[in-house]
Design a protein around this ligand. Structure first.
Ligand SMILES: [Zn+2]
Length: 212
């Protein structure tokens, strides 16, 4: 699948899964110094490959008639800082709830380790600004995901599929936490418990074949 086809495919899935309403999110995927990004002002389930601009990593438009998403500076800053290959940004409901009420998402489930453990909430700044890009870059350091205060969430991955699955996981973790708060006080996993999970994952149980 071409870079632009990937944006169409995952844009459609993001809308289908309710992670994005219309234009409230953007995706990008990189190959070398070229970045395909979703355009400004088009609903993510209505994209065609030709609609998706291609920019270089300095933000110059290489291909496409439409303007790149207004959040492109944030995408480019993250590529520069992390060397990642794909980025998904959405205003998903539970991620945005956490991002408007908390300074970080505590690890209440061991799957949080897949995103780097605690998910930090990047300080608020106006959308599309270099300030927001810098805040997101800082919150993402050493992580696969960050939340953006009063805005939404962002995830990265070595492929678009990985970045997209990270967004689904981030939303699930936020939903578990928010729904947990409605029932009681969610227990947060300790550093020791998380270290034990890392150890367990590195040493999975083996099941010897029964003789005869
Ligand atoms: Zn946004």
């Amino acid at each position: 699948m071409s870079l632009r086809e990937q944006l169409c495919e995952y844009g459609r899935r993001a809308v289908e899964l309710g992670l994005v309403i219309g234009t409230s999110g953007n995706l990008s995927v990189r190959r070398g110094d070229q970045v395909a990004v979703t355009p400004s002002g088009v609903a993510l389930d209505r994209l065609t490959p030709e609609m998706c601009p291609i920019v270089d990593t300095d933000g110059h438009l290489i291909e496409g008639e439409l303007q790149p998403s207004s959040e492109t500076p944030m995408h480019l800053a993250v590529y520069q800082a992390t060397g990642t290959q794909a980025i998904v940004h959405t205003h998903s409901v539970f991620g945005t709830v956490v991002a408007t009420t908390m300074t970080e998402l505590p690890p209440v489930h061991y799957n949080a380790l897949l995103l780097g453990g605690v998910v930090k909430v990047a300080e608020y700044a106006t959308y599309g600004t270099p300030e927001l890009a810098a805040n997101v870059r800082a919150a993402l350091e050493g992580k696969q995901a960050a939340l953006m205060a009063n805005h939404g969430g962002v995830t990265i991955g070595a492929t678009m599929e990985q970045a997209f699955e990270a967004t689904r996981l981030l939303e699930w973790l936020c939903e578990v936490y928010v729904r947990g708060l409605a029932v009681g006080k969610p227990a947060v996993l300790t550093d020791e418990q998380l270290a034990a999970v890392v150890d367990r994952a590195a040493n999975p149980p083996t099941f010897p074949r029964r003789d005869g």
